[in-house]
Design a protein around this ligand. Structure first.
Ligand SMILES: *Cc1c(COP(=O)(O)O)cnc(C)c1O
Length: 458
């Protein structure tokens, strides 16, 4: 079939075509995302506050709503060259299996040892930490993708890397833990006895298996109490979304090379960094009135921040010590039911994406995990790649949209982000294959009870 087509299976850019600047979509937004607030004073956070916790250069990126492009430093570009440009793949086999006239493409970010797009920002954050002369960085990891990516980035720059890993993941995902240790990271199960907040939580709940909120609190404490350390984060922040625009810029360049204009762009949304990175250049065109696209964010029905959350100021962590962000949130105390897409279990969302969504630039859909794994399996069997559960949320909606085209006969062009591979998620696949996977959707009462406890700001 590809014989007659002019579009190759994989559209690779050449190495010299890797974008050399990140794009800051905030520069083109009329309604800027609301500033982060200091949790104690409820005043907007400035450089001073941020510099205690995060790297200085990254804080400049965090607060900059006006500069449209940031040069990517040469050292970061060199690292990108090891695994980028990532391929934009035409899903010919999936199209054929579905019998759809739609043309489906996916941008594959799983082509590196960390297995996801998170390396794009990890390497940037490690670079700025090194440049600042720091000894090391601290972070938390839940499912383990971010900790793995950061370990790789830190080992490249010779930085110490301390990862607080949610205890149940530490025990259940020994392989991820060992990848991190192989790259030289110190991995501590959280809660731990090495921080005040960890000791406090353990004395109150000795049997706890940990949570992301608690691991964040420990990592922040570790960064602020050790000389020469700062805290880094793998999603949600503006700086992370900025680094991830490498995904969208490459996608756009590859599409332009063949004169392809997407009708629908789809991505999964956890904290919003991959989706924001993928869609930024396209949203920029929409904001400037140059083009129009239909964009769909996909989230789990068990953690539906966009589709059932509220656009309001809320804490970014369960411990309520981190800054407040104005975002679509389910409430900082909301703990989603066990869902196998660990990367999509955050209660809130990027402030940039929240503002864009509120302004109607894209739509959102929530999907149940059995339907997600059904799509993942369909995709794996014909396209070869074993997708991450998070990425499979985008696959689900891409397939649904392609099937609508089959009914109407429309030859729409669909592009989706395939953020990573699922080799460390085989317990999830096992549950699906055994038929024991369930869908737990929070009731309206549950969601209302958490939303009624949002902090009063304004
Ligand atoms: C972390 C992760 C996500 C979700 O994070 P975002 O910041 O929303 O992009 C999606 N896919 C994979 C594979 C991940 O590791």
């Amino acid at each position: 079939m590809n014989m007659k087509e002019e579009i190759p299976y994989k559209i690779y850019l050449e190495e010299k075509e890797i974008p050399t600047q990140w794009y800051n979509v905030r520069a083109d937004m009329k309604n800027k995302p609301a500033p982060l607030l200091n949790p104690a004073t409820l005043q907007p956070l400035g450089m001073e506050d941020l510099n205690h916790v995060f790297c200085t250069e990254l804080n400049k990126q965090e607060l900059d709503n006006d500069t449209p492009y940031f040069d990517i430093p040469e050292e970061i570009l060199n690292f990108y060259r090891m695994y980028r440009p990532s391929p934009l793949v035409r899903a010919y086999f999936l199209e054929k299996a579905l019998g759809t006239p739609a043309k489906i493409y996916y941008k594959f970010e799983g082509n590196n040892t960390s297995g996801s797009h998170k390396l794009n920002s990890a390497i940037a954050q490690a670079y700025y930490a090194k440049k600042q002369g720091l000894k090391g960085v601290t972070t938390e990891t839940g499912a383990g993708q971010w900790g793995t990516a950061l370990s790789m980035a830190c080992s490249y720059f010779g930085l110490d890397c301390q990862v607080y890993m949610v205890k149940c993941s530490y025990d259940q995902k020994p392989f991820r833990r060992e990848v991190m240790r192989t790259y030289g990271a110190k991995v501590t199960p959280s809660p731990s006895l090495s921080t005040n907040v960890g000791r406090k939580i353990l004395s109150e709940h000795p049997d706890t298996t940990g949570s992301l909120g608690c691991a964040i609190s420990e990592a922040v404490e570790a960064a602020t109490t050790q000389e020469g350390y700062r805290y880094v984060l793998g999603s949600v922040l503006n700086q992370v979304l900025l680094h991830q625009t490498i995904i969208g810029l490459e996608t756009k360049k590859a599409l332009d090379k063949y004169g392809i204009k997407p009708d629908i762009i789809i991505g999964c949304a956890g904290g919003g960094s991959n989706l924001g990175g993928l869609i930024s250049p396209f949203v920029g065109e929409m904001l400037r009135g140059e083009a129009d696209y239909r964009i769909i964010a996909v989230e789990p029905a068990s953690c539906p921040s966009f589709t059932r959350g509220k656009f309001a100021y809320d804490f970014c962590d369960t411990g309520m010590i981190c800054p407040l962000a104005k975002m679509y949130t389910l409430g900082s105390q909301f703990i989603p039911s066990a869902n196998h897409a660990g990367g999509l279990r955050f209660h809130g969302m990027s402030t940039i994406l929240s503002q864009l969504y509120n302004d109607g630039l894209f739509e959102a859909k929530a999907v149940e995990q059995t339907a997600v794994f059904d799509a993942a399996t369909q995709f794996a069997r014909v396209e070869g790649i074993l997708p991450a559960p998070e990425s499979s949320h985008a696959i689900r909606i891409a397939i649904d949209e392609a099937m609508k085209c089959k009914e109407t006969g429309e030859e729409k062009t669909i592009v989706f982000g395939l953020t990573g591979t699922g080799y460390f998620d085989l317990y999830a696949y096992e549950a699906f294959n055994n038929g024991t996977m369930t869908d737990i959707i929070p009731s309206d009462e549950t969601i209302d009870s958490f939303l009624s406890r949002l902090p009063k700001v304004d």
